[in-house]
Design a protein around this ligand. Structure first.
Ligand code: B1M
Length: 210
């Protein structure tokens, strides 16, 4: 049986080589990739977050944990949620202005991609105007905004406003998500959808793109 605690502890202890070994071992044992991701890596990252908050871990260490998690996700990627390959529509995704967190956003992008959407990942610290330009350029039907900081949530509102001001609001559905974001906030800023995790974000994008 897969020892999820061991995966979490190894991530927190920044032992990347051992972490990747445990991820591979778990796959060999037949553990579903989604369980390794959610019960191992994401749960481990939550502990890193608590330690960061309590000042038991500092930015360089958190970055190392994030890198190790990224490599673990790379191993799981081909096995996560592959569905069909026919493009269902085009989505632009990015982390909003001022925010550098990208692990969750990249997971959302990956799940949407494997659900058949054509994804244009704009990266982090994306200005409202850049979202507008890319939606126009790619003729995207969905724009996905991620924020991990309470201080960058207003940049989501700014982005929605920029989309309205650019006169393209009726051409694009807006989805928002990230740990501090809620359905109430999504409603308040006029987004079309909110999803709490990558799996539900992918389902919602499929629903919005039909
Ligand atoms: Co930051 N950080 N961080 N950090 N960091 C948090 C978010 C924090 C909660 C930690 C804490 O104090 N407990 C806290 C935010 C507090 C708040 O605002 N409420 C925090 C802080 C304060 C900061 C800094 C300000 C610290 C400082 O400098 N003093 C700083 C800000 C930098 C900036 O962005 N301008 C900072 C920096 C960093 C690092 C660079 C070191 C690193 C990021 C590296 C990277 O991303 N490449 C980092 C990390 C790793 C974290 C924690 C530990 C982990 C985040 C993560 O990757 N989680 C985080 C604590 C935590 O979350 N427990 C923390 C795993 C990931 C899979 O989950 O991103 O939530 P998540 O994504 C989920 C869902 O949210 C959802 O789906 C994903 C998968 O299921 N989702 C969407 C995400 N986007 C979505 C979009 C959607 C739908 C769903 O639709 C479009």
């Amino acid at each position: 049986m897969t020892d999820y605690n061991a995966i979490q502890e190894t991530l927190v202890n920044l032992d990347e080589a051992r972490l990747l070994q445990l991820v591979n071992d778990a796959l060999e044992q037949g553990t579903p990739a989604g369980d390794i991701l959610n019960k191992g890596l994401i749960a481990g990252m939550d502990i890193v977050g608590e330690k960061m908050e309590n000042e038991d871990m500092f930015i360089p260490e958190v970055l190392m944990a994030a890198q190790a998690m990224g490599k673990g996700v790379e191993i799981l990627k081909p096995l996560l949620g592959a569905e069909d390959t026919a493009a269902r529509g085009c989505a632009v995704i990015g982390t909003v202005k001022g925010d550098l967190h990208d692990i969750g956003k990249n997971l959302v992008a990956m799940m949407m991609g494997s659900a058949g959407l054509e994804i244009h990942n704009l990266g982090v610290d994306v200005a409202p105007g850049t979202f507008v330009e890319e939606v126009k350029k790619k003729k995207a039907g969905i724009v996905c905004l991620s924020a991990l900081l309470t201080t960058t949530m207003p940049a989501m509102r700014d982005t929605v406003n920029a989309i309205v001001e650019a006169g393209i609001r009726d051409q694009v559905k807006i989805m928002v998500g990230g740990a501090p974001v809620t359905q109430a906030f999504a409603d308040e800023i006029g987004a079309d959808g909110y999803a709490a995790d990558a799996g539900s974000a992918s389902k919602m994008a499929k629903a919005l793109s039909v």
